[in-house]
Design a protein around this ligand. Structure first.
Ligand SMILES: C[S@@+](CC[C@H](N)C(=O)[O-])C[C@H]1O[C@@H](n2cnc3c(N)ncnc32)[C@H](O)[C@@H]1O
Length: 490
């Protein structure tokens, strides 16, 4: 549970237009007028994941939005949250919310903090889980009756509570959430295609969005349609990041790639804690780790990209493919499928190297028909099965395999370079200043991500070129020695 409580609202909630009738209209999210009192969830469920025009075009001018969350750099709501948490049982803290250089708002040490010290102690009563009490209990009961998994349940819970506004127990928390998350879940398909064409993270984002939509459609068919009073037809759920608890105070902590400390449940105090892995002076920002994630994964889930070269867990996915013209294409594909792989496969590349599985795939891709007896073992070594020998060596095709990998690196690098060169002059297709900020920001995130991914590929390219050069010059030397021997024995 607590493992999963590394919850970050940005993955769970989008911009959040709700039904209400006495708030300022928003330029890109609109809501229908609905009587608030009777149907808590009716209001709740007329919300949309979209921050794009899509929403506006489907709604009418009489619709209004309820403000929710705040600007990411707003301290006012964050301080109100801190006061409410203290009043609700959060023990005195050695950290306070402040404006910070990394992550806009964050938790900053108020006193000296020792290495190895436990911090936070958020009691279970202040953690949002699938067992939390619903402000609108009918909806909770229906969802539980259908055993809805934790993450969609929590997302619906938050929507529901947000619609209750001040009368929700969590209103201070909800008001402190950043209104505009930049995780890839909130990028439109056009934005993903335009800015992340070079990066494999685009596919991951599309996959995850498809997953969320699939879950929503499933819920709609199975549950919402059966309870139209509670869940009306127009329901649209926000994206949901697959987390199972929300920890209000803890999720003010920003991520640092070099920090090795994660949220945990402390049995003795029955609270959510983390143990510092370094000391902090007063005024220093305190960080946790959101997990050992690549820059692409951080952008995907949390909407930020760490500074280039600062993430030791950074990696980029390289796609390798069998050639359709390969005489043994069918046999190779069959061998791959047997081990859960396909004709096109992604492998993670780090600045320190690439996995053995990638080389095994490359061996298979370049091996001639005379090696068909080895296809099976090559495919097994390329798979993520751990009980097979991975460090295969086939000296007779090693050079071709390395060249094949190098070619794949170079194809990928040229895609990144094309995007990065074009990004300077990219027409953003903007119709409003608000959109301009968003587009500029997304473009910058894409540029940062692509630069860091290309950097890893450049390094890999350099290593491979050297390896091939050494190999070829070694062969040349051997050939020369062989020739001189031949001359001696002539
Ligand atoms: C759990 S919240 C942390 C609190 C957040 N800064 C706030 O003001 O609400 C996670 C969000 O903080 C920001 N963030 C966290 N770590 C960051 C980092 N290292 N660099 C930039 N932004 C970061 C991202 O917007 C992320 O989605």
């Amino acid at each position: 549970m607590v493992e999963a409580s590394r919850i970050f609202h940005t993955t769970l909630l989008p911009t959040f237009p709700l039904l209400h009738n006495n708030h300022k209209p928003d330029s890109h999210t609109f809501l229908t007028n609905f009587p608030r009192k009777r149907h808590g969830l009716l209001q709740v469920l007329h919300c949309s994941v979209s921050t794009e025009n899509e929403t506006a075009t489907k709604t009418t001018t009489t619709q209004m939005t309820v403000p929710w969350g705040c600007d990411i750099d707003s301290l006012e709501n964050a301080s109100a949250l801190q006061r409410w948490l203290s009043d609700s049982g959060l023990p005195p803290q050695k950290m306070g919310i402040e404006k910070v250089d990394v992550g806009e708002r964050g938790l900053v040490a108020l006193k000296n903090i020792r290495k190895g010290e436990k911090l936070l102690f958020v009691p279970p009563s202040l953690v949002i889980t699938s067992d939390s009490q619903w402000g609108y209990p009918e909806a909770g009961e229906v969802l539980k009756q259908y055993s809805v998994p934790d993450w969609p349940l929590l997302a619906i819970y938050l929507i529901s509570e947000a619609s209750l506004q001040k009368s929700s127990r969590w209103s201070n928390y909800i008001s402190a959430l950043p209104r505009q998350p930049y995780s890839l879940l909130y990028w439109t398909r056009a934005e993903l295609d335009r800015y992340l064409e070079a990066s494999q993270i685009r596919e991951r984002a599309i996959e995850r969005i498809t997953n969320v939509i699939g879950t929503y459609n499933d819920l709609r068919l199975r549950i919402f349609s059966k309870y139209p009073d509670i869940f009306p037809e127009e329901v649209r759920l926000p994206s949901m990041g697959g987390r199972v608890a929300l920890v209000p105070w803890a999720d003010m902590l920003n991520h640092n790639c070099e920090v090795e400390t994660f949220l945990d449940y402390d049995k003795s105090t029955k609270g959510i804690v983390f143990t510092t892995d370094r000391q902090y002076q007063p005024g220093e920002q305190v960080f946790i780790s959101y997990g050992r994630k690549s820059n692409g994964e951080l952008l995907l889930s949390y909407g930020f990209v760490p500074r280039e070269g600062t993430n030791p867990s950074d990696s980029v996915e390289l796609s390798l493919s069998l050639k359709k013209s390969d005489k043994c294409y069918k046999e190779k594909l069959e061998a791959l499928r047997k081990h859960g792989l396909s004709a096109s496969q992604c492998f993670p590349i780090q600045i320190t190297g690439w996995p053995l599985e990638l080389m095994a795939y490359a061996y298979l891709a370049v091996s001639p028909p005379s090696m068909r007896g080895k296809f099976e073992e090559m495919a097994a070594a390329a798979s993520n099965k751990t009980n097979v020998k991975k460090d295969m060596k086939y000296p007779e095709i090693e050079e071709q395999a390395l060249q094949f990998v190098l070619d794949s690196f170079e194809t990928s690098i040229s895609k990144y370079s094309k995007f990065l060169q074009a990004s300077g002059s990219m027409d953003l297709d903007i119709t409003s200043p608000k959109q301009l900020n968003r587009k500029m920001f997304l473009k910058q995130l894409a540029v940062d991500l692509c630069s860091s991914e290309r950097r890893i590929l450049f390094r890999a390219q350099y290593i491979l070129r050297r390896r091939l050069r050494d190999m070829r010059s070694g062969e040349l030397k051997a050939l020369r020695i062989f020739d001189s021997f031949r001359n001696i024995f002539k």
